[in-house]
Design a protein around this ligand. Structure first.
Ligand SMILES: Cc1cc2nc3c(=O)[nH]c(=O)nc-3n(C[C@H](O)[C@H](O)[C@H](O)COP(=O)(O)O)c2cc1C
Length: 178
């Protein structure tokens, strides 16, 4: 296939990036007036175990970004395979994002979606310049695993099902470790 020039072709870069599969999360925070905010984020990634750190990047003009920076706290709810509807819902701008959504406040007051597979409660640790995004690094203060369920995966702009390998590929049993 023809290589593209990502530095001069942001649409080409977006297309290439879409070939990298990711999970889907809803990042939430709480305003000073106790209004929940949340948005769909697939740039979530693990950073460090000691200290426990995770990251995601958020568009500079995202209203959620202002709230996260002001609150200094946020939560990350990892979506399960059947919750593509929540991914779409939280990706659109609307004032009533939490109407009809089942959630509970975490220890840091930020919403955790009842339908989450797992969640992370974080304190804002650092925020870095990331071009047209801001890279948010969170210090993980609390975690939870709600249910054993396949995650929602997005690949080439579509939600995909995970398929179990027939081979013994359990990395936790030592396979693949150097
Ligand atoms: C599957 C999916 C993943 C997304 N991942 C991100 C992301 O990692 N960072 C980001 O800034 N926006 C991402 N978006 C777009 C935001 O969810 C969208 O811009 C949303 O309106 C932001 O919420 P806000 O405007 O209330 O802050 C994603 C959208 C979808 C559908």
């Amino acid at each position: 296939m023809k290589p593209t020039q990502p530095d001069t072709d942001p649409l080409g870069l977006k297309e290439i990036l879409a070939h990298y599969p990711t999970g889907v999360t809803i990042v939430c925070s709480m305003t000073d007036e106790d209004q929940p905010v949340g948005c769909t984020v697939s740039s979530f990634s693990a950073v460090s175990l000691d200290p426990p750190l995770v990251l995601f990047s958020l568009k500079n003009d995202s209203p959620s970004l202002d709230v996260i920076r002001s609150a200094g706290q946020f939560s990350i709810s990892v979506l399960g395979a059947e919750h593509g509807d929540l991914a779409y819902w939280f990706a659109r701008w609307r004032e009533d994002k939490f109407t009809g959504i089942r959630w509970t406040a975490g220890q840091n007051r930020c919403p955790i979606l009842d339908d989450a597979v797992s969640y992370f409660e974080c304190e804002l640790w650092r925020a870095y310049d990331g071009g047209d995004h801001r890279i948010i690094v969170g210090s993980v203060r609390n975690t939870g695993l709600r249910r054993k369920q396949d995650p929602l995966v997005i690949h080439r702009g579509e939600f995909k099902q995970m398929v179990e390998s027939s081979e013994d590929t359990d990395l936790r049993s030592g396979n693949g470790r150097s």
